[in-house]
Ligand binder design. Structure first.
Ligand SMILES: Cc1cc2nc3c(=O)[nH]c(=O)nc-3n(C[C@H](O)[C@H](O)[C@H](O)COP(=O)(O)OP(=O)(O)OC[C@H]3O[C@@H](n4cnc5c(N)ncnc54)[C@H](O)[C@@H]3O)c2cc1C
Length: 253
């Protein structure tokens, strides 16, 4: 609920004094700068926010906690407190009060990135599983001899190719300057869900070996779970689609 964020910045001369907290911030324990969406006035929720670049060594910033996650261990995720952090107003990105709009625009690219960056891990997961199934001997043959396994892997690859086509189309239109809110939301929704299906289905074919840490498939099972949560949960994507399709009401602004 981006509109409902509580951190605020009040003006003091040429500076902002920022107070509040941010949870779930990727790489925040090692970042030199943070791009922070913050309330810069008391106006309506969609017009009172600005994006401000905050130097992370500023007095008043506490990197309070490294969050222990079930996956995505190659990046840290932090809880950060801000207590009257002084930042020059010239560190604001763009116009004051337009932060919500900028953030929504940025989300389109982030969601396209989510979809695009899910494709290779899913391809690799299917490839690794085919290789494994072809060498795993059981019941007088290999696992890959089982038609159930063949059909499931064929179906997964088909789904990945369908997502690739959707993602490429959305990216092409975005590059041409078209508003791709609907297609980007669809791609984000589909990539989160499909990653879960691909990882879970493939992990099953690895048997006990899939239930170990030293396995790229189990890593996708853990890391990929974030896809349906981060960058806007699946339900948020469905809510956007219900609006762009004209079946849900848009909130008055
Ligand atoms: C590892 C990680 C890294 C992250 N990195 C960043 C970052 O760098 N910067 C940043 O700003 N954020 C970051 N996030 C935050 C992330 O964007 C949020 O976790 C995500 O948007 C979900 O918000 P929430 O956790 O507050 O869940 P909530 O908003 O509390 O939602 C909980 C659940 O409720 C359901 N739900 C939510 N809204 C609706 C709805 N409208 N209708 C029906 N059901 C709904 C969904 O199932 C959702 O998963 C990160 C999160 C994680 C886990």
């Amino acid at each position: 609920d981006v509109a409902g964020l509580k951190s605020h910045a009040r003006k003091d001369g040429d500076d902002y004094l920022i107070s509040g907290q941010k949870m779930w911030i990727t790489n925040s324990l090692q970042a030199d700068w943070m791009c922070m969406l913050v309330n810069t006035s008391d106006g309506p929720a969609h017009r009172n926010k600005s994006l401000v670049m905050v130097p992370m060594d500023s007095p008043g910033i506490e990197r309070a906690q490294k969050i222990r996650k079930i996956g995505m261990h190659s990046s840290d995720t932090g809880l950060i407190y801000f207590d009257n952090v002084r930042v020059p107003q010239r560190y604001r990105i763009g116009e004051e009060g337009q932060g919500f709009v900028y953030q929504m625009q940025q989300f389109q690219e982030e969601r396209l990135w989510c979809a695009a960056s899910s494709l290779e891990p899913m391809d690799a997961c299917i490839r690794d599983t085919i290789e494994w199934a072809q060498q795993r001997k059981l019941f007088g043959g290999t696992l890959a001899d089982q038609q159930w396994v063949q059909f499931k892997l064929a179906e997964l690859k088909t789904e990945v190719e369908a997502l690739r086509a959707l993602t490429y189309r959305a990216c092409e239109l975005h590059v041409q300057g078209t508003d791709v809110t609907e297609l980007a939301s669809m791609a984000k929704l589909k990539c989160g869900r499909l990653t879960r299906v691909v990882a879970d289905t493939c992990l099953q074919f690895w048997g006990g070996m899939g239930f170990t840490w030293e396995n790229r498939v189990s890593r996708l099972y853990r890391d990929g779970r974030l896809g349906s949560i981060g960058g806007g949960a699946d339900e948020v994507m469905l809510g956007i689609l219900a609006k762009t399709m004209g079946i849900a009401k848009r909130a008055p602004r």
